[in-house]
Design a protein around this ligand. Structure first.
Ligand code: GTP
Ligand code: MG
Length: 431
């Protein structure tokens, strides 16, 4: 495994077995962990991961950090690892594995640990390392290591999954970024009615929810907040990693790729950049978003033609977004879908997949389901859209995945707004 895999790994330290031991022991533990990592050369990502441990193990409000570190360093130097409680070396090995996600380094760390423990313990640490490296959680093992071991195993198993890459393209403001936030289930990329996405952004799934969003711009942070996500400059490669709130677990690792709208008159470079990326980047699915409010415009037809001519048809999935904006009496969803199908046939798409959707409602629905605070405006919109999608004329499940009365309300609404079907198309099956 390469060290980059740390970027898509999850880590929860709130139940760490060292959390409730005496501050001095905790600090000693930290320094030994740091010593092990530095011994094998520490990468930038590993440093950031280690920082998370440092905050848990050392930093305490009201303490003068420099004094503390000095005093504790002294006590580490005179500390004999032999006097440790026996299980600490298993914790160190797990934490080392969780920070590096590198099996070769873990093997070397086992040998280093042996230099500090007694010979009769060798057999047991080898046995434990085998368990760790074969990615098995053994319930007979000391219960205090189980949480760390299980986190490592989940990360390692996740990283062995095949990656599925999905790139999103459309004209400006069709809802590309909103759709990505809806797939993730939280706000990770910026959305706006103005030209918004100014560069290419890679959004990776993580194995489980640890409440942390990773952001790599020219700077790296493994705990990006709203402020960080809203203020970075475009340019270079932007990567984000977060746990995706999926309706059903996927057998794949997912990478979503957000691109700028192709038709910006002010930022002509956006169109070129997007098309370059569509030609050069590796991906399994091209998600083409049609804005239901702007069907048939010259700009739509022009981008559709370009995509049809340059991207294999069997890779392309179409989304008809913003269907919540349709007006009863004036618009007809069924006829629109039929019309698009015909247009796509003219362009040579034999059996195009078209997913009708309200990305914005899907986003609100997930946020609410996962207990996130909605703003007052979002709450009003959530209530308004909920009412709308209960009505048969807006029920998008009629064109995709039928909803059943005995299903959970969240699943029913996800079907009605089109999210359930879209996730099934994107994450399920072989593609
Ligand atoms: N009503 C409604 N509004 C939506 C929907 N999806 C997106 N929007 C709104 O459309 C506007 C543009 O959305 P974005 O997601 O930023 O669009 P984009 O395609 O990423 O735009 P660029 O990055 O500028 O190309 C925002 O105000 C969104 O809230 C939807 O399904 N329904
Ligand atoms: Mg965008």
């Amino acid at each position: 495994m390469s060290t980059n895999d740390i970027f898509i790994s999850s880590l929860i330290l709130s139940k760490h077995p060292m959390k409730n031991v005496k501050p001095k022991k905790r600090a000693q533990y930290y320094y030994i962990l740091e010593f092990f990592l530095e011994r094998f050369g520490i990468s930038r990502l590993e440093e950031h991961r280690l920082e998370q441990y440092k905050r848990m193990l050392i930093r305490k409000e009201g303490q003068n950090e420099e004094d503390t570190i000095e005093v504790l360093t002294d006590s580490i130097i005179s500390c004999r690892l032999q006097r440790w409680r026996e299980e600490y070396c298993y914790f160190i090995l797990c934490d080392f594995a969780l920070i590096t996600m590198d099996t070769e380094k873990v093997k070397q760390a086992v040998e280093l640990i042996k230099r500090f423990i007694r010979v009769p313990q060798y057999e047991k640490i080898d046995q434990f390392a085998r368990l760790l490296l074969t990615e098995k959680v053994d319930s007979s093992w000391i219960s205090s290591t189980r949480n760390l071991l299980s986190q490592y195993v989940q990360n390692a198993n996740f990283q062995q999954r095949k990656e599925k890459r999905i790139i999103v393209t459309a004209n400006m403001s069709a809802g590309k970024s909103t759709l990505i936030n809806a797939l993730v289930g939280k706000q990770v990329v910026r959305t706006s009615q103005e030209v918004c996405t100014g560069g290419v952004c890679f959004i990776y799934n993580k194995p489980y929810e640890d409440g942390r969003v990773h952001l790599q711009t020219s700077k790296l942070t493994l705990n990006a907040g709203e402020e960080d996500l809203n203020n970075y400059e475009w340019g270079g490669k932007i990567s984000i990693a977060s746990y995706f709130r999926m309706l059903k677990e996927s057998a794949y690792r997912i990478c979503l790729i957000d691109t700028p709208g192709v038709n910006s008159a002010i930022n002509r470079s956006h169109g070129n950049l997007s098309r370059e990326i569509l030609m050069e980047e590796q991906y399994d699915i091209l998600l083409y978003i049609l804005n239901a409010n702007k069907l048939g415009t010259d700009e739509e037809v022009s981008h559709l033609k370009w995509v049809s001519n340059h991207i294999p048809h069997n890779k392309t999935v179409f989304v008809l977004n913003k269907l919540d904006c349709f007006k009863k009496g004036e618009d007809n969803i069924q006829l629109s879908i039929k019309g698009i199908k015909n247009d796509l046939k003219q362009l040579g798409y034999e059996h195009p997949i078209i997913c009708p959707l309200s990305a914005y409602f899907a986003y609100l629905l997930k946020k609410k389901h996962y207990g996130e605070m909605l703003t007052e405006e979002e709450t009003d919109e959530y209530n308004w859209y909920s009412k709308k999608f209960e009505k048969p004329e807006y029920d998008l499940s009629a064109y995709s995945e039928p909803a059943w009365e005995d299903e959970e309300h969240y699943v029913i609404m996800s079907k009605k707004c089109g999210m359930y079907y879209l996730e099934k198309i994107l994450y399920g099956g072989e593609n």
